[in-house]
Design a protein around this ligand. Sequence first.
Ligand code: ACO
Length: 156
Amino acid sequence: LNIRLARVEDLTAMQACNLQNLPENYTMRYYLFYLLSHPQLSYVAEEGGRIVGYILARMDDDGGDEDEAHGHVVSISVLRSYRRLGLAKRLMIQSQQAMASVYNASYVMLHVRKSNRAAIGLYRDTLGFRVHETEKSYYADGEDAYVMRCTLKKDA
Ligand code: ACO
């Protein structure tokens, strides 16, 4: 299983993976926009030419203050039969390293459903994220989101 940068030709497979795994779905324009804006931040997990997981990420610019430049994980998922193999951890670490080294990000943030035990386990226990705040009814079905953050090492 290989982790590599996502390319434009991977976007259809990334979208298919997202549709299988998450209720938050995006149009192809949206994928393309993030990939072209910050091409070093999105990765795929591949086995024998098949995309089995992805991370889609971007930078958020906070009014041009470089110290507060931060990464934002838009979406991550791994196909069911490839879970608990460490793929999501590897995808997150690759993207986080690029956020720090390419874009000088001081931290990374993301939204996650309060009920998403697996993802919260990954972020909090494996990667060291903390809950920064709760966003009430963030999701279309009314579920609250945790906004989670993790500080990045500048010299990564
Ligand atoms: N229950 C508890 N902890 C878990 C679970 C789980 N089901 N899955 C992963 N973890 C934690 C564990 O600490 C695990 O370490 P361990 O296996 O040594 O115990 C650690 O995370 C690393 O796990 P990985 O193997 O790297 O995670 P995986 O590749 O299985 O992917 C993911 C995790 C992405 C959450 C997967 O379950 C998935 O695709 N879920 C559906 C989509 C989803 O919820 N995506 C996140 C939405 S939020 C967002 O996109 C910003």
